[in-house]
Design a binder for this molecule. Structure first.
Ligand code: THU
Length: 140
């Protein structure tokens, strides 16, 4: 059972699937699509964008999150990740940290070629995270 209402979950997963079709991944040939459910209830999608200078590749999750933030959102409720593979993909470490900034308890959904799906939460994937609270000024 999902923590999200079923229609919302389905829209989110569909947006992630559609985004993977736009993936620019000529080097890894690993297509990824992501969709973010933001505080306003709107969904923002993104794909991985690779670069000939390999270290500059951007994951689908961060493309989607940055697009949501640039649209004025400040909260992330859920993230769906789609890869056209049998094995399901969970966000990489860098993306977990970026999700934490806006959704420390966000629901994380992974979907692939089959009907299998994983649903977890960011605090499970990144326990003891460093975040905005750590930068609150200390009383001296
Ligand atoms: N990638 C993502 O977009 N999201 C993930 O969660 C894992 C990895 C991308 C980065 C790179 O373009 C390709 O997959 C292979 O690592």
């Amino acid at each position: 059972m999902s923590m999200l209402p079923r229609p919302v979950c389905q829209r989110l997963e569909k947006a992630a699937r559609q985004a993977a079709a736009k993936s620019y991944s000529p080097y890894s040939r690993f297509k990824v699509g992501a969709a973010v459910l933001a505080g306003s209830g709107k969904i923002y999608a993104g794909c991985n964008v690779e670069n000939a200078s390999y270290g500059l590749c951007n994951c689908a999750e961060r493309t989607a999150i940055f697009s949501a933030i640039a649209a004025g959102e400040r909260r992330i409720t859920a993230v769906a990740v789609y890869t056209p593979t049998k094995a399901l993909t969970r966000p990489c470490g860098a993306c977990r940290q970026v999700i934490h900034e806006f959704g420390p308890k966000a629901t994380i959904i992974s979907v692939g070629q089959s009907r299998a799906r994983i649903e977890t939460t960011l605090d499970v994937l990144l326990p003891g995270a460093f975040g905005p609270k750590n930068l609150k000024r200390q009383k001296l």
